[in-house]
Design a protein around this ligand. Structure first.
Ligand SMILES: [Zn+2]
Length: 190
């Protein structure tokens, strides 16, 4: 490989380039298993030339920006699949394959998390746990188990109670009561 003289060895872009190559091309690198080890490569132009890399990506806009593979997070480091991105942009990218449809709207995990006021990680964990989506996302017209809070299934606590106005799902209430009676029955029987 021909040596390049670009006078930019102390720039953050140069460090980014060097680390990218190590992750993908050096099997002794501590991050190898997440990059080169699973087939992620650096295109030949960028691998052999920092000038080509810098020419395609430009300088990093701010110190908050880091190198991000985009739009294909599992793709290679190559022109058309890399950008400088902020942590928020990267979080969005990491969830972009995780589309969630709720109440007729399809959005990525990050957007739902923002709207619901929970962290991306929190929402991802809940979804992984497999609770029905509708309960997790708190449709105001449904109980946390997804039963419709309307008509015969809805009971509102009277204004005189200390839980005034609280809406109770009758289906859940019945199921709770049934479980309670079974537990009590078992204790008595035993
Ligand atoms: Zn319910």
């Amino acid at each position: 490989m021909a040596r390049e003289y670009h006078g930019k060895k102390s720039t953050p872009e140069y460090h980014t380039w060097k680390n990218m190559r190590r992750r993908c091309c050096d099997s002794k690198n501590q991050d190898w298993h997440r990059y080169g080890g699973r087939g992620i490569t650096v295109c030949p132009e960028w691998r052999s030339s920092f000038t080509a890399f810098l020419g395609d990506l430009g300088e990093r806009p701010t110190s908050k920006h880091t190198l991000d593979r985009y739009p294909d997070r599992d793709g290679n480091y190559e022109p058309g699949n890399c950008r400088w991105a902020t942590p928020a942009e990267q979080a969005r990218n990491s969830s972009r394959n995780h589309w969630i449809t709720f109440k007729g709207q399809t959005r990525c995990l990050q957007d739902w998390a923002t709207e619901l006021g929970v962290t991306h990680e929190c929402l991802r964990k809940r979804i992984k746990a497999g609770v029905p989506l509708i309960g997790r996302l708190r449709d105001p017209n449904r109980c946390r188990h997804g039963h419709l809070l309307a008509g015969d299934n809805l009971y509102c606590m009277p204004m005189t109670s200390n839980q005034a106005g609280t809406r109770i799902c009758k289906t859940c209430k019945r199921e709770d009561m049934a479980r309670f009676l079974i537990r009590r029955g078992k204790r008595r029987g035993g």
